[in-house]
Design a protein around this ligand. Structure first.
Ligand SMILES: [Cu+2]
Length: 360
């Protein structure tokens, strides 16, 4: 039904265009255009160029700054974002200035140099000075833009500070999994061969550092501390995109990537700033990775560092929650795994040992 309506609409529009064309031809004949090199319609076309220029510029500024851009610029909440935002707006200002200037020339000249009887075009084949200016100026401006961008990018992607919170982010069809290092603050190894229905990220329990790792359902970050994301993917290419932190990094299977940054506002502060009591930071996938791509949204909460430490200490190790995976721990590390994961606490073991000693 809809297709039929569209086809009818197209036929109707074509019929109207043909009718308009016939009417203008007839008007031209009445006016005595027949036999003229250029018809009177030429003036209308020239005026339309000016009209299009004016409407285009007004439309461009209204669309960009007239309140329609609410979702375009998200409030900023990271340290490096200040620099990338500055670069973005400088680039935007320069390119917009040049764009508008060239459009003004383009459409104004089309109007100004419309065909007029008896007017002859000047033959102007070459001008060295002009060639040098319009080659050198863009070359210099672009070089400055690219070098400052490159310097900022090098700084942002440089080594993370020593005391960063290291968090693993793994993308898969169709969600994210985040893993923290636990009390030793070190992420255990992983191995794709260890992935199963429960051990979704493939934690390798032959590595001591993995015993206390934990996997929460939300990405919790401390305000003001450097956070180092270790990024990987399980199946296809995904992309870690956190717009409020001005952060994006591809998650590639078999090729770990990383990104470090410093969050500067807690979720609560952001709720106040935006006036939106439901505001949430989000981690979304920025690569069209399959039919469930739209569902790859993961919530992030930024809290004060003290609150973060409290939350961190209260998390149960993944191994404690899934203690049948103890069978994957090598024999000589069993006891260590039981203690590190919190399956057995130190006090209990001490008690048992004491009992053994006193019995002897
Ligand atoms: Cu994805």
């Amino acid at each position: 039904m809809l297709n039929l309506i569209i086809i009818l609409a197209v036929i109707l529009v074509l019929a109207i265009l043909i009718a308009v064309f016939r009417v203008t031809t007839l008007v031209g004949i009445v006016k005595g255009d027949a036999g003229k090199y250029v018809t009177s319609d030429n003036k209308v076309q020239a005026a339309m160029c000016l009209l299009f220029l004016l409407a285009g510029i007004i439309g461009f500024f209204y669309y960009s700054f007239g309140g329609l851009d609410d979702d375009f610029v998200q409030p900023l909440a990271s340290e490096h974002g200040v620099e990338t935002d500055r670069l973005f707006w400088i680039t935007m200002a320069i390119t917009c200035f040049v764009f508008i200037l060239t459009q003004i020339f383009l459409f104004y000249f089309a109007f100004k140099y419309q065909y007029k009887e008896g007017k002859k075009a000047t033959f102007y084949p070459h001008n060295n000075t002009l060639e040098i200016i319009w080659t050198a100026v863009p070359a210099v401006v672009l070089t400055i833009l690219i070098i400052s961008g490159w310097k900022t990018w090098t700084k942002i992607t440089g080594p993370a500070p020593d005391k960063s919170e290291i968090i693993e982010v793994m993308g898969y069809q169709y969600s994210w999994s985040v893993r923290y290092g636990g009390s030793d603050k070190q992420l255990g190894d992983y191995d794709f061969k260890k992935i199963d229905v429960v051990n979704q990220v493939g934690i390798d329990f032959s590595d001591k550092a993995s015993f206390d790792d934990f996997i929460p359902t939300k990405l919790i970050l401390p305000k003001g501390r450097p956070v180092h994301l270790k990024i990987r993917a399980r199946d296809v290419i995904h992309s870690v995109y956190q717009p409020h932190f001005r952060l994006q990094m591809n998650a590639v299977p078999g090729m770990p990537t990383r990104f470090w940054f410093v969050p500067t506002k807690t979720t609560a502060e952001m709720r106040q700033e935006t006036g939106n009591p439901d505001f949430e930071y989000e981690l979304v996938c920025n690569k069209i990775c399959g039919k469930g791509h739209f569902a790859m949204k993961y919530l992030i909460e930024v809290v004060e560092p003290e609150e973060y430490d409290k939350w961190y200490a209260s998390q149960d190790a993944w191994l404690k929650q899934n203690d049948d995976y103890l069978s994957q721990v090598p024999d000589e590390l069993q006891e260590m795994a039981r203690i590190a994961s919190g399956i057995e606490n130190n006090a209990e073991i001490q008690e048992v040992e004491n009992a053994v000693v006193s019995n002897n």
